[in-house]
Design a protein around this ligand. Sequence first.
Ligand code: NAG
Ligand code: NAG
Length: 202
Amino acid sequence: MLAILSATVAVAAPTAGSDYKPYHNKDKYNDDCDEDWKSIWDNDDWKKAEKLFYFDTEYYVKATPDQVIGTDGVPAPGQPGAKGIFKYGINVAENTICYNITLSGVTGDYFSGAVTATHIHEAAKGKSGPPRLAFPNPKGPDNRRVSYGCLTGPFFVGTNNTAGIDNAAGFHVRQIVANPSGFFTDSHTSTFRAGAVRGQLS
Ligand SMILES: *[C@@H]1O[C@H](CO)[C@@H](O)[C@H](O)[C@H]1NC(C)=O
Ligand SMILES: *[C@@H]1O[C@H](CO)[C@@H](O)[C@H](O)[C@H]1NC(C)=O
């Protein structure tokens, strides 16, 4: 045992002229620590470096019943008195979207041909368009249904385009960042199939 230990120490020892740098160079170590801490304290660069806690853009959408448009492109009634706050944060490099959705006054069962009934669709204000992202439906009492978390691509919505390909196939969150007014968010219920509430991302 003792022999093995001393052999290990011998191998690890620095040799003159090599580029070996001792890990515990106290001065350098302390300098690095100060530098890291200073940058964490002084600015938000660490958010970009960590990726997970960085959003390129955030959206705060107030969804209302009067903005609902049917699949035929004609205004359709949403649920009277209902409202929704749909908050999104997008990390382009990670193709990730985090969401915190709160609905109030939305009652009854959700209904959609897609995997869930809470979506971001691609269409301008006053237009209809296909779902690109499907979020878990908000749950809870009718005065406060909530859903929050994050989704990372590749995405799937469960409805197909006319070519028989999923409406989320190849979708990347950078498309939203490039043109937020070309996207809206909504929740569909069995009574308000076109949407109980809807709002544009910008
Ligand atoms: C979600 O947003 C609501 C308000 O819109 C807030 O009260 C709640 O704390 C948020 N939840 C999370 C997990 O951030
Ligand atoms: C979408 O198309 C795939 C095949 O491309 C098919 O398996 C699936 O059932 C279709 N989904 C819907 C909702 O029509």
